[in-house]
Design a protein around this ligand. Structure first.
Ligand code: FES
Ligand code: FES
Length: 160
């Protein structure tokens, strides 16, 4: 089965079987996805993509359900202006880049803010506390996310 979708902003045609997951097809058909299969239960985040702006485990999304939908991989997201701004805020707040986690954290928190653009103090703290990190970077993440929320809010106010 061939179908069209938008991958990282480009119209593409990908081919897969009915029973294939989005993960399997992205891996087989493109070089735009470095995700890996790990838990296959939707928990680990190693295969996550954005589907119409929402973070989903691509291991659990049937390929046939993605026809004409918009998929963004972490690699595609890393090329966006939003990613650049978030990264800059993290740098300014003194984040020591972690090769294991930082990109996944940026991806996850950006998707979270897309869904909840104005989180309450406690909601944001809970979202950040759920992020895997053993190195003590959560306070830095939290400061950067708060600044990002404020930036987005002033952007929205400017557009009103
Ligand atoms: S492999 Fe863990 S969420 Fe997909
Ligand atoms: S950011 Fe990687 S362990 Fe904390």
């Amino acid at each position: 089965m061939k179908q069209n979708l938008i991958l990282n902003g480009e119209d593409v045609t990908l081919e897969g079987e009915d029973e294939d997951s989005l993960f399997a097809v992205l891996k087989a058909e493109t070089k735009l996805f470095s995700g890996i299969i790990c838990c296959q239960k939707g928990f680990c985040g190693r295969c996550h993509v954005l589907l119409d702006g929402r973070e989903v485990p691509s291991c659990l999304v049937p390929f046939y359900q993605t026809r004409l939908r918009e998929v963004v991989t972490p690699e595609g997201f890393a090329a966006t202006e939003e990613h650049r701004i978030f990264r800059q805020l993290l740098d300014e707040e003194g984040l020591v880049y972690c090769h294991q986690c930082t990109e996944a954290q940026i991806f996850h928190l950006s998707a979270y803010l897309e869904q909840f653009p104005a989180p309450q103090e406690e909601e944001l703290r809970t979202a950040i506390s759920e992020i895997p990190c053993r190195c003590g970077s959560r306070p830095v993440l939290e400061r950067a996310v708060r600044r990002l929320v404020a930036l987005k809010e002033s952007d929205r106010a400017g557009r009103r």
